[in-house]
Design a protein around this ligand. Sequence first.
Ligand code: ATP
Length: 597
Amino acid sequence: MCDKTVQFSVICNMLDAVARSKKNALKRKHLRTFLDHVYTDHEFYSALRLILPGLDKERGTYGLKEAVLGKCIAEALGLSKDSEDAKKLVNWKKGMNGGNFPLVGAEILHRRQSSSSGKLTIEHVNDYLDKLAAAENRDAKTNILSELIKKTNAHEMRWIIMFILKELKLGISEKTILHEFHPDAEDLFNVTCDLKMVSEKLKDRNQRFKRQDIIVGKPVRPQLASRVSGVEEAWKKLRGKRIVAECKFDGDRIQIHKDGNEVHFYSRSFIDHQEYTDGMSSVIINQIKVEKCILDGEMLVWNRLTNRFAEFGSNQEVARASKNGLVSDQQLCFVAFDILYCGDCSVTHQSLSERQILLKQVVQPLKGSLELLLPGNGCGLKDQPLWSMLVQSPEEINKFFLETVENRDEGIVLKDLDSKWEPGDRSGKWIKLKPDYVHAESDLDALIIGCYLRSGNCGGEIGQFLLGIAEKSRQGSHPTRFLSFCKVGSGLSHDERDVLVNKLKPYLREVGKNTKPPSFYVVTNHAKERPDFWVEQPEKSFILEITSDIRTIKSEVFAAPYSLRFPRTNRIRYDKPWYDCLDVDSLVQLIHCHNGN
Ligand code: ATP
C-alpha cells in the first residue's frame, strides 16, 4: 500500500489499542506493528506528527483550547446556544465525562455522525489540520471543522479533537514513542527539535545514525532542573561537587542562536520568538564577538528607573512597545547563563566552569540589556544580593536562598560546575529550590504593624512589611495588643504594593532612635526587630494572607513565640477586618497540631 493512501481509521485503531493496553510492552507492540507494516514507503512524518503533536512545529498553533473548540464544534453542528448539547460542550468539565473534553465531544458527535468511516486518508487529515491552523478566524475554523465532521465518524473525530488539543493520553511517553520509531530518534530530536527531519533521516530502524551535534539555527531541547524539597536534600545530591548557586529568574527561557547578522530566539517549545528581534537583535550582534554562537538564558524585562527586573509577564508588552518605537522605562534584557556553541563548534561537552570562562570571553555584557550570570555578578547595587555565587556548604546555600527569596526572586538553581550541558536532561545536574517546595502549604492571616524602606536605588520606597498577630482577646471584644511575628517582602506585584502603601501612608509613624512602639504593640526583651515605620492605628491597617512552612517555625527577633522562615504574601485581605487576624493561641495550637503533639 502506498503511504499516501493509508486510511485515517488505521491510525485511530492503533491509537485506541495503545491507549487501551495496560502494559507498556503491549503499547509499544501496537505502535511497532503499525510502523512496520503500514508505512511501506517510509513516509513516517505524516503519522508521527499526529502521534506526537506536541513535537511538531511545522503546523503552528490552532488557537483552539477546549472553550473555543467547544463553541466551534457546537456551531459546526448547527446547535443553538441554549441546546442541551451546546451547554454540555461549554460546560465540559461537569457531567458524566467531566474533565475529558474529547469524550464529551465524541458523545455529542456520536448521535449526529454516521457510524461508518468517511474513508479519509492520514494525508487528508493532515491537510485539514494544516488548514485549521492557518485559518484566521473562528468562522473559518468552524467551516473546516464542519467539513471534517461530515467526512469522519465520532470515533475518528475524538482523535482529531485530541490532535488539536495536543493531548493524546496514550499512557506512554514521547521518549518511548521516539525510541520505538528509531533508537536514535530522541538524540536527533533533542539537538534539532525537528520532527520532520527526524522522520526523514531515520527511515531505517536497523541503520544507526551517527551522533549529530547541535547546529546554529536549530533549537536544542533545553537542559532542565530537578526539584528538591529543601537545602538538606540539595546538599545530599551535590555533596562533594563544585557547586554554583544561581538566582532562578522568572522570565522566558530563551536560546539565542546567532549566525552573523541573523539572530533567532527559540523558546522551550522550539518556537522562534521573532518579536524579540527589534529590542534585542542589534544588542546580540554588537555584543557578541564571534560569528556563530548559541546562548542559553532567560529573557526578562529590565526597569531602568528602579534598576530591577520587572515582574514576570511583561516581556511581550515590552517587545511590542520596542517594535512600535515607543519610549519607556522598561526594556528587554537577556540574562545569559550558558553558552552551547561558540565559533565553529558545539561546547556542550565542556564543563560548566569552562563554558562560563568562554561566556565571559565572547560576550560583552551591556547593563540592563545583556547580562551574564557568572559567579560574583549581580545588579551592581549595594545591599542587593548577588545573582550567582560559588557555595561550599549547606549554610551558604541556605543564606543565598534566603537572600534571593527575600529579594522576591523565584528561587535558586544549583549547578554542578563540572557537568556537561545535556539536551533534555533533568537528571539532577541542575537542581532547583523554590520556596513553594519548602513550604508545607499553610495560610496564615497576619496584620501589618510596620513597614520597611528599601535600600539602594529604590531607597525611599516601602518594600517590606512587619506583620503582627493578636494577643487573644476576651470573647466578643477586639484584640488590643499585637506581637511582631514576621517580615515579608515577596508575593505582591508592584501595583498591589503601591495601592496598599498609599492606603497605609496616613497612619505611618517614622521610627527614630528613641521612638517607642505604639502601646498596642507588645515589646519583649528578645523582640529586637524594629521597622522603619509603625502603623499607628491597627484598626486602620490590613491583613496579609501569608503562605509559609509551618514545620520550620522559630522565633529569634520577633515578639511572637514562633516566626516564619520563608513567608510569602498570597494576597491582601481587604475583605477581612483587622481584628480577625491570627492570634497567638491559635498559632501555637496550629504548630502543635503540625508537630503531632
Ligand atoms: P519552573 O516552573 O520551576 O520554572 P520548569 O519546569 O519551567 O520549572 P525547570 O527546568 O524545572 O523548568 O527549571 C528551570 C527553568 O528555570 C529554566 O527552564 C529557566 O526558564 C528557569 N531559570 C531561571 N533562572 C535560571 C538559571 N539561573 N539557570 C537555569 N534555569 C533558570
